[in-house]
Design a binder for this molecule. Structure first.
Ligand SMILES: *Cc1c(COP(=O)(O)O)cnc(C)c1O
Length: 382
């Protein structure tokens, strides 16, 4: 491997201030420069080790009754796999939605023709616990409740343990999309009563896109044995495949697995989940302080805002144009993300992935320049 190759220079890649795909380290990218055979013992031993390591990151183990099931595809495939294979024949889902990823869960339930009901909250508000309680009291046929942990639409952090308390007390199963939080924010899986947690290789774990994984309580998965609505998204089928011969049932995402192995090494070197969280919190604090100096406040109340991604409303100044702003920043190597809110024009800046304080400061400098160029008045501190 030759780190001096110009095609591998990290300087050639833009920095991604997005909800994914995210910026990865050069060493994670370089780990992909190998071909691995899916039958090969070394590769399957690596997959087995990674499944154990993901369980450990989740604070659970096989002895505690949990399984880690990686699955080809992006995060969406992982959530859909849970809906397609963890609900028994007479199962019914209560979906708590306060953003685009909650809405996507509704689309999945519709596509799979699973009975479901939706409790929608404003994009700026977390689900109302008493409304969850009431929904469960009123409909005894609801078997499963699903929610997004960090709703990447806004960056809002939903109260996973509190919702889990209500779900567990009512004897229902609990599905959490922790796509954009697992690996950075602490999640007490057993303590929150989580039966299925879904995340992906390419969010806070800083691997490359290519697979998602589900941390499942084995007993909850077995309740739906024989009920899968999909062949390739059948979690129990894939778990049995791993148990049978250690392999993905269909072509494994070999390069993404090699990159992920390196990414987990780098997470450990950094100091594990607490250190990663501290870096993201620092990124977020530097971003918010810099944006405040430009007179810019985030869309969400700080009480519910995560350090993962932040939404900012467009400024009122007539000179502001998002396409011009985006283009200006992207020409300087900074990729931001459009907003996804239904009622307010916003854009988003992610603070996860292989980004550091210096990168945030670089972005802030470019934002300041671009506002000047668009004649958007800057705050007094300029
Ligand atoms: C990124 C993300 C997903 C999955 O998106 P993919 O594009 O399929 O990887 C799902 N839920 C949340 C909360 C996310 O942030």
């Amino acid at each position: 491997m030759n780190p001096a190759s110009p095609n591998l220079s990290p300087a050639r890649d833009p920095l991604l201030f997005t909800p994914g795909p995210l910026t990865t380290s050069l060493s994670v990218k370089m780990a992909m420069l190998h071909d691995a055979g899916s039958w090969h013992a070394d590769f399957n031993a690596l997959v087995a080790r990674l499944r154990e390591e993901i369980l450990a990151l989740g604070g659970v183990s096989r002895e505690m009754g949990y399984e880690c099931i990686p699955l080809q595809g992006t995060g969406t495939f992982g959530v859909e796999a849970v809906f397609a294979s963890a609900l028994p024949e007479n199962g019914k889902l209560l979906i708590l939605a306060n953003g685009a990823y909650g809405d996507r869960m509704v689309q999945m339930a519709k596509a799979l023709r699973r009975p479901h009901t939706v409790l929608t909250s404003a994009e700026s508000a977390t689900p109302d616990l008493s409304a969850v309680q009431a929904a469960l009291n009123e409909d005894a046929t609801i078997t499963h409740v699903s929610v997004v942990h960090c709703e990447t639409t806004t960056g809002i952090l939903n109260p996973i343990p509190e919702i889990g308390g209500v779900v567990r007390a009512a004897g229902r199963r609990y599905i959490v999309d922790a796509m954009s939080s697992f690996g950075a924010l602490p999640i007490d899986i057993p303590g929150s009563g989580i039966d299925f947690l879904i995340s992906s290789a390419n969010k806070c774990l800083e691997g490359v896109p290519g697979f998602s994984f589900v941390l499942a309580r084995r007993a909850a998965l077995l309740e739906a044995e024989g009920c899968a609505r999909s062949l390739s998204l059948d979690l129990l089928g894939q778990l049995r495949g791993f148990e049978r011969n250690g392999q993905f049932r269909y072509t494994p995402p070999t390069h993404a697995v090699l990159a992920f192995s390196q990414a987990l090494r780098e997470l450990a070197d950094e100091g594990g989940i607490p250190a990663r969280r501290a870096r993201y919190e620092r990124n977020h604090a530097v971003l918010l302080a810099g944006m405040a100096r430009l007179g810019w406040q985030p869309f969400l109340d700080p009480a519910v805002q995560s350090c993962i991604i932040t939404s900012f409303p467009y400024p009122a100044a007539p000179g502001f144009s998002f396409p011009v702003f985006y283009e200006f920043l992207s020409r300087r190597g900074f990729i931001i993300y459009p907003g996804k809110l239904t009622k307010v024009d916003t854009f988003r800046i992610g603070t996860i992935g292989r980004l550091f304080e210096a990168d945030i400061l670089g972005l802030l400098g470019a934002i300041r320049e671009s506002l000047r160029e668009m004649n958007v008045p800057l705050n007094g501190a300029d």
